[in-house]
Design a protein around this ligand. Structure first.
Ligand code: UDP
Length: 238
């Protein structure tokens, strides 16, 4: 399938991707290689928004499972996404890419608050805007944050860079017969509870007609391939 030429995209990276081959935290060498991929994508003239998860540091559900108050644990998860955003900002700026971090939880000393019009201006000026802290509320995830920012920034697509190369009808790690979809519609993803993004994120993309492209960000050069409509991926659309 040939993808349409995108003008503006939102790239969502799960926190786990930033671990590289480490069991936890941020692998700065791997983040540097991710930043190089982002720069290459940006250099094609694309306007780029980024959302990074926090699962490499803290997930609210994990804290709640150990007895923490869920909302409190979720705020910790949101803070983790800000750390990741700052790590990515640093890696991008080392490569000469201008960036701004906007956080949904206000943190004036380290980054801007989320202001859509200001984010627009940054994109116009060729800056990469990294949106941190998801939607800024507990009981949500950064997938929902990514869908929300993709909608409000009127992105042409939400690219989800993850550890697998698309959406399968079963877990490919457990079932060798699992089949990858090239294209699948939002309603099937929701009805079959396929692991793409959480349901609220998928529904928000569906309602705003934003295609979700799921691909592996672990393979070098894959972001560029996916943007060129090549390589292995799954597109979720109407
Ligand atoms: N989180 C939240 N609200 C949001 C976004 C994130 O409460 O709008 C918290 C939640 O606890 C989540 C954690 O931040 O588990 C890290 O985000 P996420 O799990 O989405 O990261 P990823 O799986 O993409 O690494």
């Amino acid at each position: 399938m040939t993808l349409p030429k995108f003008k503006r995209i939102l790239l969502k990276l799960s926190g786990e991707v930033l671990m590289g081959n480490q069991p936890f935290g941020i692998d700065t060498d791997f983040v540097a290689s991710l930043a190089a991929e982002v720069k290459a994508a940006k250099d094609t003239g694309l306007e780029l928004c980024l959302v990074i998860g926090g699962g490499n540091i803290f997930r609210g559900m994990a804290g709640a499972a150990k007895g923490m108050d869920r909302a409190q644990a979720d705020y910790m998860g949101m803070l983790a996404t800000v750390m990741n955003a700052l790590a990515m900002q640093s890696a991008l700026e080392k490569l000469g890419v201008d960036t701004r971090v906007q956080s949904a939880v206000q943190m004036d000393a380290v980054c801007e608050p989320v202001i859509r019009r200001r984010a627009e201006r940054h994109l116009e000026k060729g800056r990469v805007v990294i949106f941190a802290a998801g939607v800024g509320a507990p009981y949500f995830t950064t997938d929902s944050g990514a869908a929300l920012r993709a909608a409000e920034m009127q992105c042409d697509a939400l690219l989800k860079g993850t550890s697998v190369d698309g959406v399968y009808n079963a877990d490919p790690k457990q079932d060798p017969a699992a089949r990858r979809y090239d294209v699948i519609d939002y309603d099937t993803v929701l009805a079959d509870n396929l692991k793409v993004m959480d349901a609220s994120a998928v529904a928000l993309c569906r309602d705003n007609n934003i295609p979700i492209v799921v691909f592996s960000i672990r393979e070098k050069g894959n972001l560029a391939r996916v943007l060129a409509g090549e390589g292995t991926q799954t597109t979720v659309r109407k």
